[in-house]
Ligand binder design. Sequence first.
Ligand SMILES: [Fe+2]
Ligand SMILES: [Fe+2]
Length: 336
Amino acid sequence: MQINDLNKQESNVSSKKFLEQMIDGILVLEYPSGVIKNANDSIFFFLGIPRSAIIGKNFWELSVFAKHINIHELYKQFLQKKLLAMKNVILSLEAKNDMVVNIYGELHTFECHDSLIFLGFENKSYVNFLQNKLKQFHLNEDKLLNEKFQFLINTAIAIDSQNAKHQLNVSKLAVEIAKELNLDTLAIHRIMMSSLVHDIGKISIPKEILNKSTALRIDEILLIKNHVQTSYDILIRLLFPLDIAKVVLQHHERLDGSGYPHRLFKSEICQEAKILMVADTVESMRHSRPYRPDFNSDISLHQLEVDQYSKLPSDIVNVCTNLFRSKKFSFEHSLH
Ligand SMILES: [Fe+2]
Ligand SMILES: [Fe+2]
């Protein structure tokens, strides 16, 4: 069979396979002789040998296999079992350093033609290199994100320590609720992060309004409500992950659509925001108001269950009240 015929055969019958394996090096061997009939571009990148130097040779004659003592023997086993899989094989390249590869062999039989063996070389060194790069990228991303968080938390402490304390307490409670609900680590991380900065937008509101003991005017109420959008805008401008900003944006929504800023309904609000809204409501009840009883009483928890019935998710409220009543959660001392 001519090489051109082979190329045609490959493109017709196995083009999909070739495309899928483009990153891997592919040697096409004649069955059962093991003579190299063709190779893809990656194989030359892998081995650093020109095409003319390998076509027509038995593949185990290639110098890169010279130090691999069993390659010919393994090929014989492959011919018997029709399967070849070698993991973490070190190939000694002529011009480059050693390369760690996984080698796999597959036998393909084509109509009207001889069978061919596709011998694949998966470059483990390259995969490891990419994985390490990706890991490094994530580490740097995490470091940058943590620095931004620290900046926002420090800003909150400097401008309004009461608000900073509120955010910390909300975060403690929200994380405990999330753990009780068996949320996965990523979701718990999102809840912790979003809780810690959920009211950062309040830095734009004058303290006189935030701490006003008399009834608020309508324009003051609107200004306070706007803290949600401001929090969101700050996070977006600082390039925080969108999923964290979204939880912050939804923390004053309510299941019955009575919340703000977008009057979302139950199914439109994400789970993390539902947890945050419960923790936020409970923590806010601690701050004495003339019309509110002290939080550390059953009345407060009962009020939470009754008054917020249609507004807050009852399953999360139940978990929350159980944390206080049965598991003795307190804002001063975390459970874990
Ligand atoms: Fe808020
Ligand atoms: Fe809050």
